[in-house]
Unconditional design. Structure first.
Length: 143
């Protein structure tokens, strides 16, 4: 049996699209949650849990929407009040706009393409890799 089921706002403000599902179980049982918004519905399986108080992450919610969460434990279920996620900070849209760069040979000028396969090290890399410095992986280091 499920008791005291509630959805708590994520204590980490840097992850506004997650929440904590808290509830009590009186026996060991298979638990899952069904999360739905206006566009989609998905299920999160938590496996065998209990007995005792459970606090589990709910991930995959979308920004600025009402979500309905139902906890299912065996034959028992508990529908939670509607949970509204906050909008993304800075007015960013969802899903974010992605730009994918691809090579299109037909648009390239004829000739040779020069590409360095070595990247410049950052931080204190040069302090512990004097062997690589001797082979010219980066300049300015003593070998």
């Amino acid at each position: 049996m499920i008791k005291n089921a509630r959805l708590i706002e994520n204590p980490n403000p840097r992850a506004p699209l997650a929440a904590v599902l808290s509830f009590d179980l009186d026996s060991r049982i298979e638990v899952r949650a069904v999360v739905s918004d206006v566009d989609r519905s998905f299920e999160i399986g938590f496996g065998l849990l209990g007995p005792g108080n459970m606090e589990l992450p709910v991930l995959g919610m979308r920004p600025d929407r009402d979500h309905r969460v139902t906890v299912l434990a065996g034959e028992a279920s508990a529908a939670l009040p509607v949970y509204r996620t906050s909008p993304l900070p800075g007015g960013h849209g969802f899903p974010p706009e992605l730009r994918v760069n691809i090579e299109r040979r037909e648009l390239r000028e004829p000739g040779i393409i020069l590409l360095s396969v070595h990247r410049l090290p950052t931080g204190r890399y040069h302090q512990w890799s004097s062997g690589k410095a001797a082979f010219g992986f980066f300049s300015g280091a003593s070998s």
